[in-house]
Design a protein around this ligand. Structure first.
Ligand SMILES: Cc1cc2nc3c(=O)[nH]c(=O)nc-3n(C[C@H](O)[C@H](O)[C@H](O)COP(=O)(O)O)c2cc1C
Length: 307
């Protein structure tokens, strides 16, 4: 059996490089379906509970999904209580907990972190949800983002991950990466790709978000996210990256690690194929490593950049 364990950041050891991404499940209890994984990420939590958008929030396409959920979440108090009930089981099998949060100020971060610190191994800051303007704006205002990240860093010593938007303009994307890397330990590349959806029978826009924007995810976005992972890992070879976009099988995981990712996130695969797909992906990863003669998943990291 090849070695699968890896250090996401110093001090945060994963038993394998597979991570359940934010939004794959709606509540903390459902995280218990993913005990095989190295880590699980909660649905993004905001300082106040949100009900999300009303209407058709998820559309299934042949190549993935478009969603505009609107960051529905129960708020930090309820999430912390839910996590307390599942944490012992997750710790027992060494599955780490990453808490995803969206905030706009240091005070908001302090408030949320205060509830969630004891039940999280790391915080993931979501600055990239394409259909909720108030948080996405941070990705567009580098100086506001820098101020927020500086405050966040002062408030918490926990590993800090930042989830980037899927910006396809190279120089703009790398400028954002450069800003974020001053403060965080690991990049999540990336959130869903901004998209919309027209119903072919009514010819009407269907997504309920303000500007009809949703996030495209699943197999169709893999080449876009691979490009972004390539840009980060070739420019910053030592940076820890969680590649997230269109992973459906073990080979997809290998491809991202070959591009330099340290771990790989899975979201749409669960929504499209059900919870058992993550164990299948893990088994395929092991088989792929064995078939290709690798003893350790870490041997693969970055090989696509050298070939
Ligand atoms: C229905 C749905 C809800 C999501 N909710 C969140 C969320 O709350 N926070 C977040 O950071 N990303 C969220 N995402 C984005 C995923 O975590 C992931 O970055 C994206 O879907 C790409 O990965 P995938 O192709 O494996 O789905 C959501 C995605 C989907 C499909």
């Amino acid at each position: 059996m090849p070695k699968l364990s890896t250090d996401l950041v110093p001090g945060l050891h994963l038993k394998n490089p597979l991570i359940l991404s934010s939004g794959a499940v709606a509540n903390a209890r459902s995280l218990l379906h993913f005990l095989d994984l190295g880590a699980v990420t909660t649905k993004t939590v905001t300082p106040q509970p949100r009900i999300g958008y009303r209407g058709r929030r998820v559309v299934r396409l042949p190549t993935g999904l478009v969603n505009a959920i609107g960051l529905e979440n129960p708020g930090p108090v309820k999430l912390a209580n839910e996590l307390k009930t599942v944490l012992p089981k997750l710790l027992e099998v060494d599955t780490k907990v990453i808490t995803s949060l969206a905030v706009t100020t240091g005070d908001e971060f302090r408030y949320v972190a205060n509830y969630l610190s004891d039940v999280s191994h790391a915080f993931e800051l979501n600055i990239s949800c394409p259909h909720v303007e108030e948080y996405l704006r941070l990705s567009e205002d580098v100086s506001a983002l820098r101020n927020l990240l500086r405050e966040v860093r002062d408030i918490s010593a926990k590993p800090l991950l930042v989830k980037l938007p899927a910006i396809t303009l190279k120089r703009y994307f790398l400028k954002l990466v450069d800003t974020v890397l001053e403060f965080c330990d690991c990049l999540v590349v990336a959130n869903t790709v901004p998209a919309t959806y027209v119903d072919p029978s009514t010819l009407a826009l269907v997504l309920p978000s303000l500007d009809r924007c949703g996030g495209y995810s699943g197999p169709g976005i893999k080449p876009i996210v691979q490009r972004l992972v390539y840009l980060v890992c070739s420019e910053y070879p030592d940076v820890s990256v969680i590649a997230t976009g269109g992973v459906m099988c073990g080979t997809d995981v290998l491809e991202y690690i070959a591009l330099g990712a340290r771990a790989v996130g899975i979201c749409s695969a669960v929504l499209l194929c059900g919870i058992t797909i993550v164990s299948e992906i893990l088994q395929e990863l092991v088989k792929e490593l064995e078939n290709r003669g690798f003893d350790d998943v870490n041997e693969i990291r970055g090989i696509a950049l050298r070939r």
